[in-house]
Design a protein around this ligand. Structure first.
Ligand code: 2HA
Ligand code: ZN
Length: 270
């Protein structure tokens, strides 16, 4: 059996968490990440017939029964994951129709997965139904995205189009846009249901006055999505309240569509 601390799924995860922390998106224990793993790859590092603990879920997602995830622990700090992956992360397999998580590795101090696991699992199910390549759900607290939810309308289309206008890259990277949810209590099944519903039409969902969810096929792609949205929000916040002398116009957005071969979400450009 190979050493699990050298497994690409541990190395990539700890690097991503470190990077997110360095960006200032994950103060204290803020944020949570989960990645759906390939069972054959996990079996190179772990005896997957050995269940360390059975952790009940607060809801069941039958579509993901049997799937294996690496996930951040509740109350854990992203900045510490690289120093002690086994205490800060866990590998779990959903069982009994998704009602139970079987712990295969990690959470060595008796901990468990993030309190936002319902939102992650429900979002994984929706994203996987949209794309078989889907693997990652990433949640964090990017400062400018959150700031924008105080001064901008929470209409998803208006929020997105104003970010698209901040720099050329935004429409290219997320033509499907960002869906925005009003403030809701986090850690609940209700916010999980609302987030998963919103994931049906976009890969990013903003939680007003809280943060953002991103989904993607790997950690780099998902990080890049959020990074680009946060860049747009930063420019929005830096220019907000200043006289705007020029911007990316609707005609320019159409030029970006043609030039990059992307298509803005149906009906979102005039
Ligand atoms: O895990 O970010 O939304 C801490 C959080 C809760
Ligand atoms: Zn959060």
């Amino acid at each position: 059996m190979k050493s699990i601390l050298e497994a690409p799924f541990i190395v990539d995860m700890t690097r991503a968490l470190d990077n997110m922390y360095s960006h200032g998106w994950d103060e204290r224990n803020g944020g949570n990440v989960s990645v759906m793993l390939d069972p054959a790859e996990v079996a190179e590092y772990l005896d997957t017939s050995l269940v360390l603990r059975r952790i009940p879920m607060t809801f069941a997602e039958p579509a993901l029964d049997g799937k294996i995830f690496i996930v951040t622990g509740t109350g854990k700090y992203f900045k510490n994951a690289k120093y002690d992956p086994a205490a800060n992360l866990g590998i779990v397999r959903l069982a009994e129709g998704g009602a139970v998580a079987e712990l295969l590795w990690g959470f060595t101090d008796g901990g468990k997965f993030t309190s936002e696991f319902p939102a992650h699992i429900m979002s994984h199910a929706v994203a996987l139904a949209k794309s078989p390549d889907h693997r990652v759900v990433m949640h964090c607290h990017p400062t400018n995205i959150i700031a924008m939810t105080f001064v901008h309308s929470l209409d998803s289309r208006e929020f997105t189009v104003d970010i698209w206008r901040t720099c050329t890259e935004c429409l290219v990277v997320f033509p499907d846009g960002i869906n925005v949810l009003p403030w809701m209590l986090c850690g609940t099944n209700e916010i999980g249901v609302a987030t998963a519903e919103a994931m049906k039409t976009a890969r990013m969902v903003v939680w007003a006055q809280h943060g953002i969810y991103g989904t993607g096929k790997d950690l780099d792609e998902t990080f890049g999505l959020i990074e680009t949205a946060e860049k747009g929000a930063e420019i929005y916040m830096k220019t907000f309240g200043h006289p705007i002398l020029q911007t990316i116009t609707d005609d320019n957005l159409r030029e970006i569509e043609a030039g990059f071969g992307v298509k803005a979400r149906e009906g979102w450009l005039d």
